[in-house]
Ligand binder design. Structure first.
Ligand code: NAP
Length: 263
């Protein structure tokens, strides 16, 4: 059936949608995974989209578009995951991977943190992830090797001043990770979280805005440097891959040794 033979705009639209759905569903035949990345516009999510798009089909969702996402394997949707409706996106029937990268670094003395600060941090770190996982669970269940990657923080593991709100949310992410890993293990859906320390992204820009701050931050890590988004994203890509097929319910620290080493 040729597109030009279709008379009405709605039948043309239907034809195009059916073709897109057919292509998405048949991507499996080329051994490409369908991977959804939330927060792919910057930082670790962007780095993950770049690595994973080399071999896989990426459905990227982020608040702001980034020209660096122009790649034949990346289908970008501009959406705020908290206020937007994921039902507006035609996800492939089978989703093999989900990376949820939005987060926050809201550092204030406890008595200056409002209840709304705690609510906002919980929304972006936890509820945004819950919303998209619930939406995609039927699609993840259809995969032969589904993997979900969330982001915690080194601040969840040990107490640091001014981190009360972000630490509360990131500990919730860790609880969510382990509970979902247990619940979904029968369906072979793996769920893990990466817990980075300070990583050189837009989110951490304020904390790394001068050479002095950068040096002080580097020195707080046993390996004497802060992280870079590519190395954290490489771990996300590994967790998505079948090489990690026996890893679930884990919180993987990537922190230059900060959480477990004292010099
Ligand atoms: N960087 C660090 O030092 C560090 C340390 C510990 C943990 N982490 C965690 O690692 C994860 C990734 O952090 P990152 O440093 O890569 O963050 P980032 O540089 O801020 O990038 C996050 C991306 O998510 C997008 N995003 C934010 N809120 C969104 C929403 N509501 N809907 C859709 N997209 C949204 C952002 O959109 P825009 O492009 O519009 O901003 C941005 O593209 C986060 O969970 C963070 O808490 C980071």
């Amino acid at each position: 059936m040729a597109l030009r033979n279709l008379k009405t705009i709605s039948s043309k639209k239907l034809f195009v949608n059916l073709c897109v759905q057919y292509i998405k569903n048949n991507i499996k035949k080329r051994n490409m995974k369908n991977i959804v990345i939330i927060g792919c516009g910057k930082g670790i999510g962007l780095a993950a989209a770049k690595i994973l798009s080399e071999e896989h089909h990426i459905i990227g969702i982020s608040k702001t578009e980034n020209p660096e996402l122009n790649h034949p394997n990346i289908e970008f949707h501009q959406m705020d995951i908290l206020s937007g409706n994921p039902d507006d996106i035609a996800f492939p029937e089978v989703v093999d991977g989900l990376v949820y990268a939005p987060g926050s670094i809201n550092l204030k003395p406890f008595n200056r943190l409002s209840v709304d600060d705690f609510k906002n941090d919980f929304e972006i770190n936890v509820l945004g992830a819950v919303k998209i996982i619930q939406k995609l669970l039927p699609n993840l269940k259809k995969s032969e090797s589904a993997s979900v990657v969330l982001f915690s923080s080194v601040a969840a593991k040990f107490g640091m001043p001014f981190h009360a709100s972000v630490s509360a949310s990131k500990n919730a992410v860790e609880g969510l990770t382990k509970s979902m890993a247990a619940e979904f293990s029968v369906q072979k859906i793996r769920v893990n979280a990466i817990a980075p320390s300070l990583t050189d992204t837009h989110l951490a820009a304020q904390l790394l805005s001068t050479p002095e701050k950068r040096e002080a931050s580097a020195k707080r890590h046993p390996l004497q440097r802060v992280g870079n988004p590519e190395e954290i994203a490489a771990m996300a890509a590994f967790l998505i891959s079948d090489q990690a097929s026996w890893i679930t319910g884990q919180i993987l620290g990537m922190d230059g040794g900060m959480a477990n080493i004292r010099l």
